[in-house]
Write a protein that binds this ligand. Structure first.
Ligand code: FE2
Ligand code: FE2
Length: 411
């Protein structure tokens, strides 16, 4: 099998990374029985226990940042190895290969080029940092970390048994394993598990390395509230549910199932788009004139980026499996998966490219304006900041950051 989709030569999402293709020695991966990636046609393992999906590789050394033990670790040759990929990575490759073979169809995909680049772009961010305006970048990194943590919410959405919702057999698919380890692995990657830190804490560490512990807890709370992701709004599942009910696309589907699929789509698009964020952060933070830590922050971001590959892959694999099957509605009526997934994909993509872009830009711009309002050359810098922007340049449309806080979930 050839390599999976590559997004840019530098930012490859392919799971081949886990199977020794990109300089990692396969022997270092410790579990040869579960890493026979090229052997999936017909003989690969398609059914896994939850423990197998959640299993780690044997690490020669853990990843410890500023005294905090993070997930993942290093192989004998020093290569970073993502957490919970001993079973999950080969499983994903096997399910994808099996789907292609059985259904003769490829795995759904949305290329990174679908989304605009990070806001602010690299030149805008460099302008701010060169002029000593660090707060908006610190806010942006804090926001990313916090939103990563919200990704753990997905663990509450996947039922243990998906079969009742589909006519065709689900055995040996990613969809069968959603509630049997896949969403749990995702949740643990994002928010950490027990005393091992995940992406949320790793992004805070990125910020603290690059800007030398710039914020207190109180400042963080205020910053997040200003950007619409703190406080009471996030903790109001009842109104989130009401908004969901008012916008249902598939009223005959089980409501929990529709909520799961719409979350999977939203998170998939955020996860892919996040590669713009990773590229931006790695380039910005690798510059030792603008960030402290001598490249350590950028290196940590590259580990987080690597960890995201299984998230993108399980989401798009399961959505593909659903697309090529038949849904059973609560009335017993049957619906082609292509209609259900097609409609929801389009709706979610539209939202990702409009509302979510606007929300993100508005949150960041308000932090830039706030910081520059206190700067002696603030007015000129703001004009220069906008002039350096990618289209659409300038102030985004009127966006109420509190309208639908549940949209902010993922990475
Ligand atoms: Fe993440
Ligand atoms: Fe993720």
């Amino acid at each position: 099998m050839g390599p999976l989709k590559s997004y840019t030569p530098k930012y490859t999402l392919g799971l081949d990374l886990y199977l020794g293709v990109q300089g990692t020695s396969r022997a270092a991966w410790s579990n040869p029985a579960m890493t026979e990636g090229e052997n999936h046609m017909g003989t690969a393992q398609l059914e896994y226990t939850t423990d197998e999906i959640l299993a780690d590789h044997r690490f020669a050394e853990p990843l410890v940042v500023g005294g905090v033990v993070c997930h993942g670790g290093f192989a004998d040759d020093g290569t970073y190895v993502s957490p919970r990929t001993a079973g999950r990575a080969p499983a994903l490759l096997a399910w994808q290969a099996n789907h292609r073979e059985v259904f003769g169809k490829d795995i759904l995909h949305a290329p990174i080029e679908t989304w605009p680049g990070n806001y602010p772009n690299l030149e805008q961010a460099r302008l701010l940092l060169r002029n000593g305006v660090r707060d908006p970048i610190i806010s942006a990194l804090t926001r990313i970390g916090t939103v990563e943590g919200f990704g753990a919410m997905i663990r509450y959405l996947a039922p243990a048994d998906m079969q009742p919702f589909f006519e065709e057999d689900l055995r040996g698919t990613a969809t069968q394993h959603l509630g049997l380890g896949l969403v749990e692995a995702h949740a643990r990657d994002e928010a950490g598990f027990e005393d091992v830190a995940g992406h949320m804490q790793m992004w805070y560490a990125v910020r603290d390395i690059a800007f030398e512990n710039p914020v207190t807890q109180d400042e963080t709370v205020n910053m997040l509230e200003r950007m619409g992701i703190g406080g009471v709004n996030m903790a109001d599942p009842a109104s989130a549910r009401e908004r969901f009910l008012a916008r249902r696309a598939q009223p005959d589907l089980d409501m929990g199932l529709e909520m799961l699929i719409s979350t999977m789509l939203r998170v998939l698009f955020v996860e892919i788009k996040a590669h713009h964020v990773f590229a931006w952060s790695e380039d910005l933070l690798a510059d030792s004139e603008l960030a402290a830590g001598e490249g350590e922050a950028a290196r940590l971001v590259s580990f987080i980026r690597q960890d995201e590959a299984p998230h993108v892959e399980y989401l798009r694999t399961s959505l593909t499996e659903m697309r090529d099957r038949t849904f059973i509605g609560t009335s017993g009526k049957k619906y082609p998966g292509s209609e259900i997934i097609g409609t929801m994909w389009d709706q979610s993509m539209k939202e990702s490219l409009s509302t979510m872009e606007d929300l993100n830009r508005a949150a960041i711009l308000s932090e830039v304006e706030l910081a520059l309002s206190k700067h002696p050359k603030g007015k000129d810098l703001l004009a220069e900041f906008h002039a350096l922007g990618d289209a659409p340049v300038g102030v985004p449309g009127d966006v109420d950051l509190d309208v639908r806080p549940e949209l902010v979930t993922g990475y």
